[in-house]
Design a binder for this molecule. Sequence first.
Ligand code: HEM
Length: 400
Amino acid sequence: VDASPPVTNTLRLHAPPDDFFNDPYPHYAETARTGPVVPDGRGGYLVTRHAELSAIYRDCARFVSDKREEFRPKFGAGPLYEHHTTSLVFNDEPRHGRVRRRLVGALSPRAITALGAGLARYCHDLLDAAAEQGELDLIESYASAVPVRVIGDMLAVPEADRPALRRWSLAILGALEPVLSEQALEQGNRAVEEFSDYLSALIEERRRRPGDPETDLLTRLIVGDPPLDLSELIHNAIFLLNAGHETTTNLIGNGLHLLITQPESWPEDAPVEGFVEEVLRFESPNQLGNRRTACAVELGGVELPPGAGLTLMIGAANRDPRVFADPNRFDAPRSPNRHLAFGAGVHQCAGLSLARLEATIALSTWRARVSAAELIAPARWQRRVRFRGLASLPVQIRMR
Ligand code: HEM
């Protein structure tokens, strides 16, 4: 008889320990050792392993994305509630599909290859400007500049209006953290309001003068049949602008951080694609997802009641030793690399080809142009559990 006491999960994502933000992975591993599906301390469950996450993503009938029930007490009835419950990622069929079908054509690998040349030129320009400065914050001047430009172009947002996008986006996505302060709620609501006003005007303008629906995402959302209502248009456009740049900033930033602190992580002769995939696994920009059970269901040996809230621990699943040999070692190119950084199933990231293209070009241009980069102050991780990225990466660089 095993007399050892049962091990229980002690990780509280709503009150993470101090050292969590610098390195959450030992905490994930400890939690995963207690089981594949463990209580989260607030009535829901953490799902810690690759097999269970994959099963959930592929079963959208029993594990639903609709967030109306859980966001009402969290956000009240304000703009944030309307935003997050209207965007496609937090909806089930048929609301999800009618938005997604409009988008995918413009985000397919074929549709976006044309962006490559312009993007490479833009990266060279950013690095030329950086070379003149000598010292710079790479998150602000490079990692975030690339995705803001790309998604801004895809929705044809006038260039002068783009600086506001990152501020709004951080406030709106920040409100998805497990704990929401009064201040974060207030800032998030205000950001949705300002963003909505801005987009209403842009949508009106685009109705009068439509862009090319092959490439312009906003025109695509507007012209499809049956039409989306104004709220669906606004909140899905906000979602695209946010999804399109926040996570990709983190992917590029996390890749640059690895290159600067562990230059051997990307051997000279290794293709950039394998490096990017391993960054996606090793420092997943989006660390958590959520689902709710639609009915009673058994998962990982645990009987879950209907309506159970599940936190899908992408960052933990991507270091699951059952799937990835030596998971805490950065190993590019790792093959196979079945990471879940983009989720899976019907909600799998619609922008994954674009994110990969942006990171591939930003990181390979960096390597072609920069001969040495040195941190001039410690890199600072953002204190957020859902998104993993750096707040700043201050460096001094020397060009080739
Ligand atoms: C490294 C960058 C990115 C990461 C790590 C990422 C991650 C994810 C993940 C994990 C999901 C699934 C959410 C779920 O099922 O719960 C998702 C959905 C989505 N992403 Fe991304 N994303 C990235 C970049 C982008 C970009 C560049 C775009 C758009 C231009 C984009 C657009 C979307 C959309 C539209 C969805 C919703 C899909 C749906 O519900 O059908 N993402 N993303």
